[in-house]
Design a protein. Structure first.
Length: 108
């Protein structure tokens, strides 16, 4: 399910995460929330959404979240995500994965 459908069709949030440093992000119709290890959460109201062919950009009060439809592994689990995510906030760039993950197939 795409981020657009998640935000408009349901109350569910679009989620993303990253490692090194650890962070996670949730975006819904009302707010955007960025949590980073050892730091206060950043909660911004009502992000705007801009859509292109295979990407989405969320913006809210100086934060930009780019979501590109491309297979992504978080590098620490067996999950594969449908999106690559880049968060830009106050000079920091965080890269990670987003969307609903699926497990990697195990050895046969």
């Amino acid at each position: 399910m795409s981020a657009l459908l998640l935000l408009t069709a349901t109350a569910s949030a679009y989620t993303a995460l990253g490692t090194e440093p650890f962070w996670n992000l949730a975006i819904d119709r009302r707010r955007l929330r960025l949590d980073r290890l050892g730091q206060r959460p950043v909660v911004l109201p009502r992000p705007r959404l801009r859509i292109s062919a295979d990407a989405r950009r969320f913006t809210a009060r100086g934060m930009t979240v780019d979501v590109v439809r491309a297979r992504c592994s978080d590098g620490m689990s067996d999950r594969i995500f449908p999106d690559r995510v880049t968060v830009r906030w106050r000079g920091q760039v965080l890269r990670g994965c987003g969307g609903r993950p699926r497990e990697r197939p195990g050895p046969q």
